[in-house]
Design a protein around this ligand. Structure first.
Ligand SMILES: Cc1cc2nc3c(=O)[nH]c(=O)nc-3n(C[C@H](O)[C@H](O)[C@H](O)COP(=O)(O)OP(=O)(O)OC[C@H]3O[C@@H](n4cnc5c(N)ncnc54)[C@H](O)[C@@H]3O)c2cc1C
Length: 306
């Protein structure tokens, strides 16, 4: 049970918005790991104006946290205090195609780009279609695979700050680096404009299929996971270090190391967030002992540990 609310009944102190509030919403329903305690409040803004009104009328000191597709998150079992915001209304999933560019709303699932790329014969963004999650999350994590990352293809992005002001920013403003970014905590990404070019449909289709087949062959597919658990240390592979350190068959409670890819952790069905976090910590300790290297979490952990 969720035992430590921020205010007695936070929902009563929140602005009257057009969007939807959900109280004590289990984050296990919103994360790929399918674990995690409740968000005190989950807010689904109706549109940008609604989000602006919310931010401008939010009482001081109420923490907010942006949730994308939940594919890079380990939400702890004690849940999240404050308001979690999810941009999943259709107004945050709009797409606009121009000459050499495509603008996507922050709430658009990356996979939805697929049909647009094929329809308009747009190349260079196939890699993004295979990364779970939504556009906003992909900027925050500088998502990448198959030799490309957001940093290479982003032209600009619209952001709303904590005062509800919107600005258009360049990739430099987000300080994008390997699976990371550095920008003020109160920035909410609203959309991203991506660079693209004409590519015949057949070639796009071929790339998409090759990438999908690669994932099916080399990574856990259709599993409860959050992708690569640890960042690859410079010039090294995290999965190799994990394997060499004797962690390939580790299991704690319902959490285990994937046999297919040792840098993926899997919820086998009944894992708690604690099982997964403890498994990660055990791997870090063993890899450190065997190789003197300290692995760094790529997955973002948040919320209260029970
Ligand atoms: C099977 C699998 C395979 C994966 N493969 C890859 C891969 O090849 N390459 C790769 O890079 N990643 C991979 N991942 C990890 C994950 O998909 C990416 O990190 C993805 O970009 C996360 O996006 P999300 O929308 O799910 O973000 P979330 O996990 O929901 O959140 C990630 C971060 O983004 C922030 N955020 C989300 N939306 C916004 C917004 N609108 N404004 C501001 N901040 C926001 C959140 O607060 C959080 O800090 C994989 C994951 C899985 C499950």
């Amino acid at each position: 049970m969720f035992t430590s609310p921020l205010l007695n009944n936070l929902i009563e102190f929140l602005p009257k918005v057009r969007g939807k509030y959900q109280k004590d919403e289990p984050m296990s329903k919103h994360t790929w790991f399918a674990v995690g305690g409740p968000a005190e409040i989950l807010y689904h803004p109706a549109d940008q104006e609604d989000l602006k009104y919310f931010l401008q009328n939010l009482p001081n000191n109420i923490p907010i946290y942006l949730l994308g597709g939940g594919s890079n998150l380990l939400v702890r079992d004690g849940g999240i205090l404050g308001v979690v915001i999810k941009l999943d209304n259709k107004n945050f999933k709009q797409i606009e195609v121009g000459d050499g560019w495509i603008k996507c709303g922050a709430g658009l699932p990356n996979i939805d780009l697929k049909k647009i790329l094929l329809k308009h014969e747009l190349g260079g963004l196939e890699f993004l279609c295979s990364i779970p999650g939504v556009i906003g999350g992909s900027i925050k994590t500088n998502a990448g695979c198959f030799g490309s990352e957001i940093k290479d293809v982003m032209l600009c992005a619209e952001v709303m700050n904590g005062l509800g002001e919107i600005s258009t920013l360049t990739p430099k403003d987000f300080n994008l680096s390997y699976r990371n970014s550095l920008f003020p905590d109160d920035w909410i990404i609203l959309s991203m404009t991506l660079k693209t070019y004409h590519e015949p449909k057949a070639k796009i289709q071929q790339k998409l299929e090759e990438q999908k087949n690669y994932r099916i062959a080399n990574q856990p597919y259709n599993e409860k996971t959050a992708g690569s658990t640890f960042k690859n240390p410079q010039g090294l592979k995290a999965w190799e270090l994990i394997q060499k350190s004797g962690c390939a068959e580790l299991q704690i409670g319902g959490a285990k190391v994937s046999e297919k890819h040792n840098n993926f952790l899997i919820n086998t069905g009944n894992a708690t967030a604690e099982d997964i976090e403890q498994l990660g910590e055990e791997i870090i300790a063993r890899v450190k002992e065997h190789t003197s290297i300290t692995l760094e979490w790529e997955i973002r952990r948040l919320g209260i540990r029970k």
